[in-house]
Design a protein around this ligand. Structure first.
Ligand SMILES: Nc1ncnc2c1ncn2[C@@H]1O[C@H](COP(=O)(O)OP(=O)(O)O)[C@@H](O)[C@H]1O
Ligand SMILES: CC(=O)N[C@@H](CCC(=O)OP(=O)(O)O)C(=O)O
Length: 297
């Protein structure tokens, strides 16, 4: 049986250890940009949503510069369903005809974006919602697959509006809709947008929150998490088929951003409460970290 003094000592030791462990990371990352892609399962559960939002506000409060890029695939599906429009996908991308494009834009830019903005503001942050059209942030071009409609790729990025906001203490929240030169709207995969923004800002980190632990040797077995790998190892995992399905575009987008100078890309389980803080501010980490060959620990 532990006496009271011992108990208090132990409890303090644990709390202080966690805080104290965070200090070198806070110092290392102060002033640095972290692009967080938020979507999928972590967005469906409202309690989890609150912890993700609090973590983002935490990052901002301790001096990092978070930029949020959000998805919302499941919410688009549910509105398409209500409107009697069938959701269709080709190689993981939503087939986007004109009526679907309208719904994607209304749901992502109107509903999901503003909800995240409001939640961040309620949690004490200062968020501003944008899509690719605002401040000419993203110019889109057709992705080019036959029969996929208004699915876009990032043609160019102008980060002026993001820098203006971040320098004034705002947290930009970006939805993945952008226009081409003619003003035509395009639906871009949110992971792709996050990767391109991270690269354009030369970010410290690109963090993709998803619904799996990270990259797994065997995707059915969570105990096979690969904690760290470099660009070549990541490419090999795609080549050998270990990385498959929806994980392929995620890994490709991490690899592309690393090749363009982002220091580290992380694939994390958004279902684990506070996975963002655990990955950034503790020695152990919690998901998969991908690094470029230039990385020195
Ligand atoms: N090696 C792997 N490690 C982890 N997940 C993998 C792997 N290979 C394929 N996957 C699949 O990729 C999925 C994640 O992609 P996706 O469902 O598109 O995520 P999101 O909806 O968050 O964008 C996982 O749920 C898993 O089924
Ligand atoms: C072209 C394309 O597929 N766009 C995605 C954009 C949203 C997204 O990426 O949402 P998640 O991250 O939640 O999947 C879509 O329409 O679903």
């Amino acid at each position: 049986m532990v006496n009271d003094t011992e108990y208090i000592k132990q409890a303090e030791a644990t709390r202080v250890r966690v805080l104290s462990e965070a200090l070198p990371y806070i110092q290392q990352f102060a002033g640095r940009t972290v692009v967080v892609k938020y979507g999928g399962a972590a967005m469906k559960d409202s309690e989890l949503k609150d912890t993700v939002i609090r973590d983002i506000v935490f990052l901002s409060c301790v001096g990092l510069r978070p930029i949020v890029v959000h998805g919302g695939g499941p919410e688009i599906n549910s509105w398409l369903d209500k409107l009697g429009i069938e959701a269709q996908f080709k190689n993981g991308l939503r087939v986007t005809d004109a009526p679907t494009m309208d719904v994607v834009e209304m749901v992502l830019v109107g509903r999901v974006n503003k909800e995240i903005v409001a939640l961040i503001n309620q949690a004490g942050g200062k968020a501003v919602g944008l899509c690719g059209k605002d401040g000419n942030l993203i110019k889109a071009r057709p992705q080019g697959q036959e029969g996929i409609g208004f699915v876009g790729d990032v043609s160019s990025i102008d980060v002026t509006i993001l820098n203006t906001l971040v320098e004034n203490g705002y947290i930009p929240v970006v939805s993945s809709v952008a226009a081409d030169e003619t003003g035509q709207s395009y639906n871009i995969n949110a992971d792709t947008v996050a990767g391109e923004i991270a690269a354009a800002l030369n970010a410290e980190k690109l963090i993709l929150l998803t619904d799996t632990r990270g990259i797994l040797e065997n995707y059915k077995d969570p105990s096979t998490l690969i904690p760290k790998l470099d660009i070549q190892e990541a490419r090999d995992l795609i080549g050998t088929g270990v990385v498959a399905g929806g994980m392929i575009p995620k890994v490709n987008c991490c690899v592309r951003s690393l090749a363009q100078g982002v220091k580290a890309a992380h694939i994390l389980d958004g279902r684990i409460p506070h996975s963002l803080l655990l990955e950034i501010f503790t020695d152990v980490g919690i998901g998969t970290m991908l690094v470029g060959s230039h990385f020195t620990p």
